[in-house]
Design a binder for this molecule. Structure first.
Ligand code: AMP
Ligand code: ZN
Length: 467
């Protein structure tokens, strides 16, 4: 399996530190509102990467944090006149609901920044002791220039950064030794949550939490660190500086970054106000459609959100769901073992799976993996029919459902349909026939048939039975 590593700017063969195991850290959201579909992109694409690695037999320890202490959370709390904790707890619960609806698996651990303050104070103390950090008036800064490899992830040169950062000198941070130094701990302001520390009553800077949580739950050296590409600089660059100066070993071996979800070719973001929440999209679509939309592009490419692409994703997903439903229907009537002809055909299934794996092995190319699934759908639609044996139909269905499951796509609907819903559809079909809308009438008959409901037109009216 090859992955593109932002650190080396190359696709590299993935070799985990411990054979058969993967340690993976994904930066999670700051919880002060409902998540938008831009935030959903890293959740979906890295969940898919995790599922694929599990499919390949790796045991994946997947850690993703919630940033629950931050200026924006405090601002929202003040706006509503409630505590910061109330805000963060509310939006963590909402975020978890969205994740479940997008079929994003819960992480092995979802640590919260506010629960890890002790570990952060320890790491900051360690950095001060080693000379990588210093305190001025209750604030602790990281001494950026002391870490010789600073800039290696974002491929930035320290002197370019310095000239770009000159403006910082006039923003009240002139107590820093160097404009490039960043905050590890800051003293509290009136009305802010705070914790005691050797330097001041205050709270941590943003970057330190991920260094601490990754170390605590995965160890000082991890396999994969991931997040959106806006995190490369300064967040991930700073995480590397903190972790490597403290631990003395390389932090993460592979750095994976997803491209932006754009709207009208601009990054979707809360600050620009050009966003849709996952919740809003969920009112219009099953969130499996959003997942399908995200997987239709490579995770590193920019992806432009549009109603047309969502409709196309909806249709694509429906094609797969219909194929599975049709296979289920055929299974209801099929019997017997593989015929000779089927024994030859069934070998093609390995080919579809190999194509799927080959795409995913190439830096998680989900777009090509989805194409392999569509080839399998075409195969199912053309090679399986009423005469097929149970063994054959089952094998085709299992292969299709398995590959969709690796992408986290739920394609097997609960086929249970209530009697009253059946009656309603039959009524609608009768009305359609009366209006000579035979297309709709047929659609309803097919829809019911796919759910295993057989209709019979009799003199007394329409009768139905479950197959
Ligand atoms: P935030 O809550 O802003 O820290 O973002 C949480 C995660 O969502 C980070 O990995 C961001 O990089 C990612 N993210 C935010 N906006 C977008 C976007 N428009 N497209 C893709 N990823 C995004
Ligand atoms: Zn982080």
């Amino acid at each position: 399996m090859k992955v593109y590593n932002t650190l080396t700017r190359k696709k590299e063969e993935f070799v985990p530190l411990v054979p058969g195991k993967v340690s993976m850290y994904v930066c999670g959201p700051t919880v002060y509102n409902f998540i938008h579909i831009g935030n959903a992109r890293p959740m979906i694409v890295f969940d898919t990467a995790r599922r694929y690695m599990e499919h390949k037999g790796y045991e994946v320890n997947y850690v993703s944090n919630f940033t629950d202490v931050d200026d924006k959370i405090i601002a929202k709390a003040n706006e509503e006149g409630v505590s910061a904790q109330e805000i963060s707890e509310r939006y963590i619960a909402e975020c978890k609901k969205d994740m479940a609806d997008m079929n994003v698996k819960p992480a092995s651990t979802h640590p919260l920044a506010t629960q890890e303050i002790g570990g952060m104070i320890e790491m900051i103390s360690d950095l001060v002791e080693k000379g990588y950090a210093y305190e001025v008036n209750g604030t602790v800064y990281f001494r950026t220039r002391k870490f010789k490899e600073y800039g290696k992830l974002s491929h930035k040169n320290l002197d370019d950064l310095r000239s770009g950062n000159r403006s910082l000198l006039v923003t009240g941070e002139d107590q820093k030794e160097d404009p490039l130094d960043f905050v590890l701990w800051k003293p509290k302001k009136e009305g802010e949550p705070s914790w005691p520390s050797p330097w001041s009553d205050g709270r941590p800077g943003w970057h330190i939490e991920c260094s601490v949580m990754a170390k605590k739950y995965l160890g000082p050296e991890i396999d994969i660190h991931a997040g959106g590409e806006d995190l490369i600089f300064p967040h991930h660059e700073n995480e590397i500086a903190q972790s490597e100066c403290c631990n003395g070993v390389p932090f993460a071996r592979y750095w994976l970054h997803n491209g932006f979800l754009n709207i009208d070719n601009r990054k979707m973001s809360k600050s620009l106000g050009n966003f849709f929440t996952v919740r809003e999209i969920g009112e219009k679509y099953d969130l499996q459609v959003l997942r399908m939309f995200m997987l239709s592009a490579h995770y590193r490419s920019p992806l432009n959100f549009s109603a047309e692409l969502m409709e196309a994703s909806k249709n694509s997903l429906e094609r797969i769901i219909n194929a599975v439903s049709n296979l289920n229907h055929l299974l209801g009537n099929a019997s017997g073992e593989l015929t000779e002809e089927e024994a030859v055909l069934i070998k093609e299934l390995d080919g579809f799976e190999a194509k799927f794996d080959e795409a995913m092995d190439d830096d998680f190319n989900t777009a090509d993996a989805v194409s392999a699934i569509f080839e399998l759908v075409r195969f199912a639609n053309t090679s399986v029919d009423e005469k097929s044996s149970t063994a054959f139909v089952q094998a085709v269905k299992d292969c299709l459902v398995k590959l969709c499951d690796v992408l986290g796509l739920i394609v097997e609907k609960d086929e249970e349909i209530l009697d009253e819903d059946i009656e309603k559809l039959i009524e609608e079909r009768q009305a359609a026939r009366k209006a000579r809308d035979f297309k709709r009438a047929d659609e309803i008959r097919d829809e019911l048939q796919a759910k295993g409901i057989l209709l019979e037109d009799t003199r007394e009216g329409v009768k139905w039975k479950r197959a």
